[in-house]
Write a protein that binds this ligand. Structure first.
Ligand SMILES: NC(=O)c1ccc[n+]([C@@H]2O[C@H](COP(=O)([O-])OP(=O)(O)OC[C@H]3O[C@@H](n4cnc5c(N)ncnc54)[C@H](OP(=O)(O)O)[C@@H]3O)[C@@H](O)[C@H]2O)c1
Length: 320
């Protein structure tokens, strides 16, 4: 089968296209998906898990059709059904003609969007949902600030937080994205190019950060003394994975700070994708690249100010 592969290491990754990899076989309760499209999160080439997989095939979000199931699969999904999936951070291997999934990774594809559009959504939907309900417990009336709000995860978070929780959402993004973020539900917007933007938002209950670095550091100015800062940005902050306290936490004992890696959850993904079909959440803007242009697709995915998410077409059927 054809598949994208990452050669080299996390410091100098090289994206290549391989036309001659073995097609996997579903075992036990696994499913084999014929992948039509696979989304790209540009920082994935820095994720250490990729370099531990023998195949070196990247890609954690796919949309396609169930090709076959393992002998022990007894769930509701059927061969031939259109599905979307988030493949666990430990495995990936989604940017291939065929990919394996477990039952907790896969659900029905929304009917109102294409495979390419569906393939862009599992990571942003699950990451935003997990932040909102598991890590922050965001409720109506809370003040929430999202950084990287124009990005894939940030713009889905903006929509879910605004529409599902009734929280007041402040979106941090460059000026050109402010109007579209307001249309997605942001109550107010801040421009990260404005000096001291962090002083304009005070007493914030929850920060959801998708940028990291200086932006994450500045959010400590905006968080309330009993607030929660959540980050998913790459590279993770020095305090992630229990590596000690955040430098900024000195004198702020009431502030909680959390880094997490998104988990598969097929039931949550099903509910979140239903919001696409019902129009509660708008799908992301995408740009589709044919398999042969996977290297260019990855370059685009790693660029700034894109306004779309890059998706690889594995089936040769999608239009950009
Ligand atoms: N831990 C996890 O489980 C998990 C899950 C999903 C994603 N992630 C990570 O989360 C991050 C966001 O993912 P994504 O798919 O949403 O990426 P994305 O679509 O590329 O969005 C990145 C956003 O960050 C903004 N940004 C980048 N650098 C910035 C800077 N220096 N100052 C201000 N804003 C900046 C971009 O703004 P512009 O449009 O202005 O460039 C954009 O809005 C990535 O690092 C990804 O690897 C982690």
């Amino acid at each position: 089968m054809k598949a994208v592969q990452v050669i080299g290491d996390a410091l100098s990754p090289h994206i290549s296209c391989n036309n001659d990899l073995p097609q996997p076989t579903p075992r036990a309760a696994e499913m084999l998906i014929q992948v039509h499209a696979a989304g790209i999160t540009g920082d994935e080439v820095t994720w250490p898990e990729l370099y531990r997989t023998p195949s070196r095939i990247p890609g954690h979000e796919i949309s396609g059709v169930i090709a076959s199931t393992g002998p022990d699969y007894v769930g509701p999904l059927k061969v031939g059904q259109e599905v979307a999936a988030f493949l666990t951070a430990e495995r990936g291997e989604g940017q291939a003609e065929y990919a394996l999934c477990s039952a907790d990774e896969v659900t029905s594809k929304p009917t109102s969007i294409s495979h390419a559009e569906a393939a862009a959504l599992p990571i942003p939907l699950l990451t935003a949902w997990e932040a909102i309900t598991d890590h922050a417990k965001i409720t109506s009336g809370m003040k929430v600030l999202v950084t990287g709000a124009s990005g894939a995860v940030g713009s889905i978070f903006t929509q879910l937080a605004a529409h599902l929780t009734g929280a007041e959402v402040i979106a941090l993004a460059s000026r050109q994205n402010h109007e579209s973020l307001k249309r997605l539900g942001a109550h107010s917007v801040l421009d990260y190019n404005t000096e001291d933007w962090e002083k304009a938002a005070t007493g914030v209950d929850v920060i959801f950060d998708t940028v990291g670095g200086d932006i994450l550091a500045k959010t400590w100015e905006a968080i309330s003394d009993s607030g929660t800062i959540i980050t998913v940005a790459d590279p993770p902050p020095p305090w992630a994975f229990g590596k000690g306290p955040a430098a900024e936490s000195v004198g702020r004992p009431g502030v909680k700070y959390i880094y997490f890696v998104v988990s598969p959850n097929s039931e949550r993904l099903r509910k979140a994708l239903e919001f696409i079909d019902t129009g509660v959440v708008k799908a992301l803007n995408i740009k589709t690249f044919p398999f042969e242009e996977a290297s260019q697709a990855w370059s685009h995915a790693q660029g700034r100010n894109r306004g779309y998410k890059a998706v690889i077409d594995l089936k040769g059927a999608e239009k950009s």
